[in-house]
Design a protein around this ligand. Sequence first.
Ligand code: PLP
Length: 437
Amino acid sequence: MTQTKESERLFALAQNYLVGGVNSPVRAFKSVGSVPRFIAKAKGPYVWDADGNRYADFVGSWGPMILGHARREVLSAVQKTMARGFSFGASTELEIQLARRVCGAFPSIEKVRFVSSGTEAVMSALRLARGFTERSKVIKFAGCYHGHSDGMLVSAGSGAATLGIPDSSGVPAAFSRETIVLNFNDLDGVRSCMNAFGNEIAAIIVEPVAGNMGVVLPQLGFLEGLRDLALKNKSLLIFDEVITGFRLSYGGAQSLLGVRPDLTCLGKIIGGGFPVGAFGGRADVMNCLAPLGPVYQAGTLSGNPVAMSAGIATLDLLKKLSPYNALEKNTVYLMKRIEDGARKIGLPLRINRAGSMFTIFFAADPVTDFNSAKRSDTKRFAQFFAALLDAGMYFPPAQYEAAFLSTAHSGAFLEKAAKAITRSLSKTSQDKEPQRA
Ligand code: PLP
């Protein structure tokens, strides 16, 4: 068993001051019953906890660390910027530099605004969509997570699903009524909804490849269908690419799948590990934002220079290295090894993967939406997760999350990881029939 005394001590101490000992719920490891590891440092594909244990990291700070941890070029850019001051609350050239890169990568983004988190990006994009269309309802899909703004905490995925509170307390019923929840991949559902409420729908928001009910791929025609229906109903189509932007390809899921949304939300990778979010899209829509238009949105730390320079350095490296084929190849290899391992021991599982993001579902049937994701055996996932930690593998501590590879996850590292993950699977296989959680 891994020595976790120091993490245990810190977790106990943290609970005196921080709610549940954490600043984001899933970090408490509640659904997997393990000791939350307090991280002391990270480099490349590894993180080290406060007890000095090293783990191969498949969380990657929940997505941003596509180049691995503490990448030299990003570190040096950040240090250079910091030496000139940390925050001015005024415009800097760095904001233009990052904006040019984002607009260049995403042809659908004619204008962009930076914020400090994915939550803020989505919240602001929805306000903008409502202001632009002068309508109030929004369609979202069950199991998609779009941050924790009130209207989006209806049938939400990620930590909200893991902790069994997809409909958070504290959200006024009047807000929830403005969110219509449909099933991912169910285009007929969207069609019927548009027939019933079309002229009230400001926007359809979707993770084009879902990551927050675990990875779930859009079926052929789903996103195209959303595009058509939004257009016909004069509603806006919003892609939440907070995870997939610069992850699935340099131009995100939309460039890979060939569907052009009206607005896009970004986060994670564009900050290179610093707090950055962004929303952008059609100029006529974006120009409704203050100071040009009547939709108000602002932020003291928006466009923070340190965060901007981390984003710029990260995007420049992604452009230069063009790592997407290699990332995909490495992920496919790892998934195949895991599937082979599971087959050998007769363990039913389904792996959903897009590029370098993946989820291992302990499910016998294909996972195509939130309902099928929820049929996974989460008890078995918890056993697997504990075995992974013991084997030095740090995975997202919940079934309904995506795991990530970075450019640092390659070569001999992958081979070792494949063996450790497969061994961990066998520790969950004593009970052959999956239990429903
Ligand atoms: N949208 C998606 C698709 C996400 O995955 C997340 C966070 O995981 C968010 C929005 C919210 O981003 P943040 O946690 O930066 O507020």
